[in-house]
Write a protein that binds this ligand. Structure first.
Ligand SMILES: Nc1nc2c(ncn2[C@@H]2O[C@H](COP(=O)(O)OP(=O)(O)O)[C@@H](O)[C@H]2O)c(=O)[nH]1
Ligand SMILES: [Mg+2]
Ligand SMILES: [Zn+2]
Length: 312
C-alpha cells in the first residue's frame, strides 16, 4: 500500500497511498468508511481536532491493525449542526445532506416544536425538509400536521412495520443524501431496517470494529436506500439548530420567509414591528399560529444562547 511520487524539488519520496471514502458510521473519533467499490473499513480520526460525521467525504491512509486513519475531511455542504446549550462549539450531526426527514408518530406523543426546529435546520442548510408520519397503521395524523404541507414541507404517511409509504419516501430522496431525525421511539431505526436490508447488520459491524457495544445506540449510521442514502441518528429530547446570528432563525420558516418581502422593514423580526406582513397573516389565520409561536420561541432561545455564549 505504498506509492512513490516526486516532490516538487524532484527528490523521490515514498508516502502511504491516500484513499478517499464516505463516512457511513460515526461514533466519537471512530467509525466506518465505505469506498466507491462498496468495500468497508473501520476508521479512526488521525488527529484529535478532526471530527467526522456520517456523510463526510474523507481521505485516509492505512494504519495499524487494518484500521483506516482519517487524515482530512472534504469541504461540507448541507451540514446539520446542533447548538449545545452549555458549550460554545456547534456539534456536527451529519454532512452533505440534501434531504431531512423529521419522523413523528402517534406514540410517543408528537413534539411539533421539535419538528419545527429540525425543519428550520433543513431550510437553513439548503436541504429539503419533510415530515414523516410513522406508525400510520396505528393512527392517522392529527390536523395540526396539515400546517407543514401548507408551509411547503411534504407530509409522508409511513409505516415502517407494514411498509406503507416506502416508495413515496424513496422517490422523495431520489439520488440525494437524507437524514432521519426525531424523538426516541418514533421508528427511525425500524424505517432504516425496512429500507436497507443491510442496516440491521451494521451495528454489529461497528461493535466488532471497536470492540464496544454501548455506542450502537448513540452512533449515527448511513445506508444506501433506493438510489440515494439515508442516515439514522440517535433520538433526541431537544434540538437547537446552530445559526451564525439569532436573526437567521427567521429564514428557517418557509411560510414566514415567503411573506417577509411584504414587511415594511427589511430586518423585520415579525414580533412587534408596524407594517409586518407576517403578523397580519397570523392574525388573519393565513399562517399557522402554532408554527409562528415556534419561530418566536426558537428565536428567543437563539438570542438567549448567543448572550450566554458570546463574551462581552
Ligand atoms: N405499530 C408500529 N410500530 C412501529 C412502527 N415503526 C416502529 N415501530 C415500533 O416503535 C418502537 C420504536 O422503534 P425504533 O425504530 O427503535 O425507534 P427509534 O428510537 O426512532 O429508532 C419499536 O417497538 C418498533 O417496533 C410502525 O410503523 N408501526
Ligand atoms: Mg433508533
Ligand atoms: Zn415582519
Amino acid at each position: 500500500m505504498r506509492a512513490s511520487r516526486k516532490s516538487s524539488k524532484g527528490t523521490p519520496v515514498t508516502a502511504a497511498a491516500t484513499h478517499s471514502a464516505l463516512v457511513v458510521a460515526a461514533y466519537g473519533r471512530r467509525g466506518l468508511l465505505e469506498s466507491a467499490d462498496g468495500s468497508r473499513i473501520a476508521c479512526l480520526a488521525a488527529s484529535r481536532r478532526l471530527r467526522f460525521v456520517c456523510g463526510d467525504r474523507v481521505t485516509w491512509q492505512p494504519g495499524a491493525d487494518g484500521i483506516a486513519l482519517v487524515q482530512d475531511i472534504a469541504p461540507r455542504t448541507g451540514l446539520l449542526e446542533r447548538q449545545p446549550e452549555r458549550t460554545g462549539a456547534p456539534e456536527p450531526v451529519a454532512a452533505n445532506l440534501t434531504h431531512l426527514l423529521v419522523l413523528l408518530a402517534p406514540r410517543p406523543a408528537p413534539d411539533l416544536e421539535l419538528a419545527d426546529r429540525y425543519l428550520a435546520a433543513a431550510v437553513l442548510m439548503g436541504a429539503a425538509g419533510a415530515v414523516g408520519w410513522n406508525k400510520a397503521d396505528l393512527d392517522a395524523p392529527p390536523a395540526a400536521i396539515d400546517a407543514y404541507a401548507r408551509a411547503g414541507h411534504p407530509v409522508l404517511r409511513l409505516s415502517a412495520q407494514a411498509g406503507t409509504g416506502v416508495d413515496a419516501l424513496l422517490a422523495w430522496i431520489g439520488t440525494g443524501k437524507a437524514v432521519v431525525v426525531g424523538q426516541s421511539g418514533v421508528g427511525k431505526s425500524s424505517l432504516l431496517n425496512r429500507l436497507a436490508p443491510s442496516a440491521a447488520g451494521t451495528t454489529g459491524e461497528l461493535s466488532a470494529s471497536t470492540g464496544e457495544g454501548r455506542h450502537t445506540t448513540t452512533a449515527s449510521v448511513m445506508f444506501r436506500v433506493g438510489n440515494g442514502w439515508l442516515a439514522d441518528t440517535p433520538g433526541v429530547r431537544d434540538f437547537v439548530p446552530a445559526v451564525p446570528e439569532p436573526h437567521h432563525v427567521r429564514d428557517g420558516f418557509l411560510e414566514l420567509r415567503a411573506l417577509a418581502p411584504g414587511c415594511r422593514f427589511a430586518d423585520c423580526s415579525h414580533r412587534h414591528e408596524p407594517g409586518c406582513r407576517v403578523l397580519a397573516a397570523v392574525a388573519a389565520g393565513d399562517v399557522d399560529r402554532r408554527r409562528y409561536e415556534s419561530y418566536v420561541a426558537l428565536r428567543r432561545t437563539a438570542e438567549a444562547m448567543a448572550g450566554r455564549l458570546q463574551p462581552r
